[in-house]
Ligand binder design. Structure first.
Ligand SMILES: [Zn+2]
Length: 415
């Protein structure tokens, strides 16, 4: 997250003092190829870098990440705005010696995504300022989504919708976006969203008559270039509100994915996608009721099952045990069956079902189900645990009942 305006102002002041690398992206964010001369080169950790007399590569700053691309074919993996005002282009391979001319190519996909994210942010920030008098505290312009942090702790769903609609209205109006380099004397005459706290040269991004703000980033040339913005959620952060959104292609890709999902479900349930929520709500209530009635039915089956399991008791030196497979019962019923059988036998009952071992012990048995489960887990590569009376282990095999029975007998009799 990044405090946009203050950093931009300080960067521009640095630029004026050092003025080493001419920043071609300041004037033209659509410039994707350029020629430049290597002014300095060196190594940064295990990477090589060059400083050029001019560059269209944007260095990470102001919440916007660096451009990727190539310099004379060398792949650029990072672009850093160094403390002395130079821009360092980093690569895993050597780029070119000092004095040589290089051809730079900017990755269009990433640059345009950054432009759409960044211009989208200015519009969302301006809309929130106009509608709800909110200040932008920080911004995040990521690969997967972008976000703006506002100085409020909440917005209602209706307010979020108003914000999104206002932003998309400005996008649909396709207003011109202008880069203005303003002297101190001119700044006072511009309706800046955030009044600058410092004096000096400023680079202002004007979006029609909708927004003026100081910024060093790359932007679309018209608001329509963003395509659309879609707010995908809000989140509380540091007691403030983070509004997450997708811009342009990212929003369209998200729409496609969501469309495919709802379309698939609508076909599956033979209904219109707008009826899906009601349909699935109804089904889940029905499912819950059916499950409950199944459990009630299975409860009736329990007494004869308890009796049949009790008949399979094995006497060991350490007490009575029952280790048997159980199929076709809901899991809560298996647990209940194990407990009832343990009470009936006064010993240990282990039921193997659907990849699980369920253990239950009678209090008078002196066997701790949780401890026994822990030992079983180690010996039979199972996972889980429990308390004194009941325990559960995952990863069990229905075909290994005899093995489990044998292991339990060994554990109980310390063989
Ligand atoms: Zn900006």
């Amino acid at each position: 997250m990044y405090n946009e305006a203050q950093s931009t102002i300080s960067q521009l002041q640095d630029r004026k003092i050092n003025n080493l690398t001419e920043r071609l992206y300041y004037n033209d964010s659509t410039l994707l190829d350029f020629e430049a001369k290597v002014m300095a080169s060196g190594q940064h950790k295990d990477l090589y870098y060059v400083v050029l007399d001019r560059t269209a590569f944007y260095p990470t700053s102001g919440g916007q990440s660096f451009d990727t691309g190539t310099l004379n074919g060398a792949v650029i993996c990072d672009v850093i705005d160094s403390d002395d005002g130079d821009i360092r282009h980093l690569s895993k391979s050597e780029i070119a010696p000092v004095g040589q001319s290089v051809i730079g190519l900017i990755d269009k996909e990433r640059r345009y995504r950054n432009c759409r994210n960044h211009t989208g942010q200015h519009i969302i920030s301006a809309a929130a300022h106009r509608l709800f008098d909110l200040e932008t505290m920080s911004v995040h312009l990521g690969d997967e989504y972008a976000a703006v942090e506002f100085d409020t702790n909440s917005l209602s769903p209706d307010e979020v919708q108003q914000l999104e609609t206002a932003a998309n209205d400005i996008i649909a109006d396709n207003v011109e976006i202008e880069i203005i380099f303003a002297e101190a004397s001119k700044i006072a005459t511009l309706p800046l969203r955030k009044p600058p706290k410092r004096n000096g040269h400023l680079r202002i991004i004007r979006i029609g008559q909708f927004d003026y703000v100081a910024c060093g980033g790359t932007h679309c040339t018209t608001s329509g270039g963003i395509g659309l913005v879609k707010i995908i959620g809000t989140e509380k952060i540091r007691g403030r509100l983070l509004v997450k959104y997708l811009a342009g292609k990212l929003a369209v890709e998200d729409y496609t994915q969501r469309f495919n999902t709802t379309d698939h479900l609508a076909r599956m349930f033979t209904c219109h996608h707008s009826d899906l929520v009601a349909k699935i709500d109804k089904l889940s209530i029905e499912h819950r009721e059916l499950r409950q009635s199944l459990i009630e039915t299975q409860k009736q089956m329990l007494p004869p099952l308890v009796q049949s399991l009790t008949n399979k008791v094995i006497e060991t030196g350490a007490g009575k045990i029952v280790v048997e497979p159980i199929d076709g019962l809901e899991l809560p019923m298996v647990t209940r069956l194990a407990t009832l059988t343990a009470d009936e036998t006064g010993g240990l009952v282990v039921l193997v079902t659907e990849g699980r071992l369920l253990l239950a012990t009678a209090s008078q048995s002196g066997i701790h189900a949780g401890k026994l489960a822990k030992n079983m887990a180690e010996r039979c590569s199972l996972k889980g645990g429990g308390n004194e009376g009941t325990a559960q282990l995952g990863g069990a095999d229905m075909d290994a009942v005899a093995l489990y029975r044998d292991e339990i007998r060994k554990l109980l009799t310390n063989e």
